[in-house]
Design a protein around this ligand. Sequence first.
Ligand SMILES: Nc1ncnc2c1ncn2[C@@H]1O[C@H](COP(=O)(O)OP(=O)(O)OP(=O)(O)O)[C@@H](O)[C@H]1O
Ligand SMILES: [Mg+2]
Length: 500
Amino acid sequence: MAENITPALQMRNITKQFPGVRALDGVSLEVMPGEVHALLGENGAGKSTLMKILAGAQPLDTGEILIHGQTVHIDSPQKAMSLGISIIYQEFNLAPSLSVAENIFLGREPRSIIPGMIDFKTLYRNAQEQIDRLRVRMDVHTPVAQLSVAQQQMVEVAKATSRKSSIIIMDEPSAPLTDHELEALFDLIKRLKNEGVSIIYISHRLEEVFEICDRVTIMRDGRHIYTGEVEGLTRDEIVRYMVGRELTEAIPKETAPIGQPALTVEGITRKGVLHNISFELKHGEIVGLAGLVGSGRTETARAIFGADPIDSGSIKVDGSTVRIRSPRDAIKNGIGLVTEDRKAQGLVLPMPIKQNTTLTNLPLISRLGFLKMGKERKVAEQYRTSLNIKTPSVEQAVKNLSGGNQQKVVLSKWLYSGSRILIFDEPTRGIDVGAKSEIYKLMNSLAAEGCAILMISSELPEILGMSDRILVMHEGSLAGELSREEATQEKIMHLATGGE
Ligand SMILES: Nc1ncnc2c1ncn2[C@@H]1O[C@H](COP(=O)(O)OP(=O)(O)OP(=O)(O)O)[C@@H](O)[C@H]1O
Ligand SMILES: [Mg+2]
């Protein structure tokens, strides 16, 4: 008699208006106890906004929320917590200088018998229990700043699941995770589900929806489009509800004429991190850099870009040795790095889109030292159209964009930078299915114009689909190289896991 069970959550006719954007237009969502409910939609559809309202991080304009059948007024994050609602935010919310343990129990640390003191022994023990429950290895004394993005995400998960919650919201928890951590997360979700916890799961990876979710709600442009069982739905149907039109998901690789070496990396070594990395990148070429997370792919990119110091090795641009000791040196030599961590390395969040776009290429924008405001605006408008950035205006502060649309601004910034050598670190992470192929097309046209592209990606179909050649890393070394013709998922994984 499923009909008689009271839903854990009912959100009815929720509306939310931001200046120039109707983020939510009468959206309803119902989640049952012990249900894993997917919330899907393109970048900017309104998913995070709906969840922030539920978590008390933002007020609603109109609408009604019921928890276990009771009408509630959620006017603060504390109120949401007291109602048993936890959220893992899409943008990390951790205090970088505090330890893993302190972050997990921030604001509810166990107290010592001495007034005002924290019982650190219990704190660390309880925190380690939470981390162990996730089946990942991590020392809870470590400051969060020293963790990888994937590990930080697992701390977020532990923080949310360590509370006694009956509703847990996960806003793109899987984006930075490796296979191992993803498995651990799914395992945890299954256990929570068995305990009757409801989970709202947001992701742009549809495979995950089929693997872990019971029902799905799909939004488009701030509206509710569809709710139903996952079973019986096809991927194509979901995509059609999301984008509102037919969409082919093919990866449109085009081959460009391949020219002279643009970037030559010789013997780059950083003690304990990178061992003797050498490779070449030619004009017109897209080279994939594959490997497990932690294999040194991002570190290689950062070393080339001058973001991390190297102990030995050299870099040539167009055949001449260059000294790169800072990102500024790299940019001067025509090297750009599109990072996976847009918050830390990519964007100035309080600044408008248009300024972020032109930030790295001021010479093109300013003449005689004056910024040409009209030009800046025009450039930003172009990328807004070509990448389909959802915003009422390019004057909008980047912090007000949805996660995926922020990632598109990072991309436009580097596309416009005039860099001839571009390193993309997980370029389509958090990007919806519709916009992905736009990004691939842009990469093709950059290669056709003679740019050399190094693409780091954990998505093997993307690596296989877009690369002319594939380099595979393992434990800080290059484990091998595969041509486009010979490469397969199996061969890449074999090299990535230390096979001969
Ligand atoms: N604080 C804000 N001020 C102005 N506009 C906002 C604000 N927060 C969100 N928006 C806008 O509301 C819309 C919905 O954004 P939201 O973050 O909910 O999208 P999303 O579905 O989570 O997208 P993504 O998949 O990219 O994370 C977007 O157009 C966004 O720019
Ligand atoms: Mg979002």
